[in-house]
Design a protein around this ligand. Structure first.
Ligand code: ZN
Length: 503
């Protein structure tokens, strides 16, 4: 029998190699989205397929399973930190080996076929075109849920992939408390009328937007010696190591805040990744416990901080130096009103903070019904349009602006959408605790001082990696289970004042 320490060393070495391949794949993907010339696409798809297959083979190898089994059997002899590594890796291993190889191939093939058809269906705004593919993907998703196993709803098994430990029943509880109050708030805002912002029209120089976004990222504490910002069509952030975490932003001269807000959003993700523990590098622990927890960081920085009045008290004078003459005569309150415009719209990715979760609840309710079998694919457009009417008060003119707008279902990614809304809720709940624990937090923001915020996040969130599940971390930091209450309180207080809604 080999020694525990010997086995542990072997495990760390194997996981290190797998993590190197994983991060090299990420680097190739980053390049694909930023600098790769168009003719490079074919070779890049070979490289990505080869490396992904290699990574999967190494991670699902029987030898790794045996090693994990042996270490688990002697976990009493392990340090708690190492026992956690074994536990989390075993969980990932079990997941990765539950799906038969031919199922994985079938799923991938259907997925890439569905993506093509979906793109065409969306272009033509013709749901019927996409229907057979969606039916196939749903059948496969249900089959996947059977392979993974579940207690209550097959949707549980699918959500668990993105939000470990979360269940359909828990989501229903959380979103149930959210939908009515958030819907009511939006309705009152719409009735209050849209503020006029004539100064916001016109073109805003892209190079100035770019320079200003770099300045804000730097102020947030993003380490440019361990990262960089580039341009891409869709903004994203990506991890190669805690000392190489990159962000991208989108630039449009029509939209003054689009680049800034996407930089702050991706910066929030990036600060998380730059803040993982050194000892967790090259292991599966070096990540967030869930997509929702990751999203809590980006949305907290972007919305709660970046769209706050103290933030604009500090940044209006700074911003004037980037756009000489354009912002003269404006007050921080003007900027504050402009970044917090509320307007129910049909498209999720363009939604403001107030209406965003309603878009998610629509998708969540439909997904659960589809996976549990109470809604037929054929009836999606009608059900979608009815929910948009119910939650957003809007008529959907066509499927392109309705049920065909998102790529997620064409990816076969059922159970992903709820993580966006959970991000909003987790972010507000964590921020509420932070406010109690950091005296003068808003005063510091009003002076552009983010150091206490980042230090608090490093200690309570970033450094834990995957050592705690999302709801465990929330409970440990805030003293209670994830709840929609802090988010609703924050929304009602900010937007109630902005739109003079009274109490
Ligand atoms: Zn995000």
């Amino acid at each position: 029998m080999t020694s525990v320490n010997g086995d542990l060393q072997t495990l760390r070495q194997k996981l290190g190699e797998i993590s190197d391949i994983h991060n090299a794949i990420a680097l190739l993907q980053w390049d694909q989205e930023t600098y790769m010339p168009p003719k490079g696409a074919e070779a890049r798809s070979w490289q990505l397929a080869t490396l992904s297959a290699l990574k999967h083979r190494l991670f699902t190898a029987e030898s790794l399973g045996n090693l994990l089994h042996a270490l688990h059997a002697r976990s009493d002899a392990l340090e708690p930190a190492d026992a956690k590594l074994v536990e989390v890796t075993r969980d990932d291993y079990a997941r990765a080996t539950k799906l038969p190889e031919d199922f994985v191939h079938t799923f991938a093939a259907e997925q890439s076929h569905a993506l093509e058809v979906w793109a065409e269906a969306r272009r033509k705004s013709d749901f019927a075109l996409f229907r057979p593919n969606l039916e196939t993907l749903l059948r496969l998703a249900r089959q996947k849920a059977e392979y993974f196993g579940y207690d209550d709803s097959p949707y549980d098994a699918l959500v668990d992939e993105f939000e470990r430990g979360m269940t359909t029943a828990e989501l229903k509880r959380i979103f149930g408390g959210l939908a009515a109050r958030q819907g009511d708030l939006v309705e009152r805002i719409v009735n209050a009328g849209r503020p006029a912002l004539p100064w916001l029209a016109g073109k805003w120089e892209e190079s100035a937007q770019w320079a200003f976004s770099l300045r804000v990222l730097e102020d947030m504490g993003y380490d440019f010696d361990a990262g960089r910002q580039d341009k891409s069509l869709h903004p994203f952030s990506i991890y190669f190591d805690t000392r190489d975490v990159r962000v991208t932003t989108r630039l449009s001269e029509e939209a003054l805040f689009s680049s800034l807000m996407s930089s702050i959003h991706e910066g929030g993700h990036a600060l998380y990744m730059q803040g993982h523990a050194d000892s967790d590098r090259r292991t599966p622990l070096c990540d967030a416990p869930s997509l929702g927890m990751h999203e809590s960081q980006s949305r907290m920085w972007e919305n709660i901080i970046g769209r706050s009045l103290p933030f604009w008290r500090h940044y209006l004078p700074v911003m004037r130096t980037y756009f000489p003459g354009r912002l003269d005569g404006l007050t921080p309150e003007d900027l504050y009103a402009a970044v917090n415009l509320v307007e129910p719209s049909l498209i999720r990715v363009e939604a403001d903070e107030c209406t965003y979760n309603l878009h998610i609840i629509i998708r969540f309710e439909l997904e659960v019904a589809l996976i549990e079998g109470s809604l037929a694919v054929n009836d999606i457009p009608e059900a979608w349009n009815a929910k948009v009417k119910q939650y957003l008060g809007l008529e959907v003119p066509d499927d392109a602006q309705g049920c065909l707008q998102d790529i997620h279902w064409a990816h076969g990614a059922f159970g992903y959408f709820p993580t966006y809304a959970l991000g909003n809720l987790y972010g507000a709940q964590l921020f509420e605790a932070m406010l109690e624990q950091i005296p003068g937090l808003w005063d510091a923001v009003g002076e552009g001082g983010f150091t206490p915020i980042l230090a608090w996040l490093r200690e309570h969130v970033h450094g834990h990696g995957r050592r705690k599940l999302a709801h465990e971390l929330i409970r440990d930091v805030t003293g209670r289970e994830p709840s929609p209450e802090p988010y609703l309180t924050y929304l009602e207080s900010r937007f109630g004042a902005l739109y003079n809604l009274g109490t």
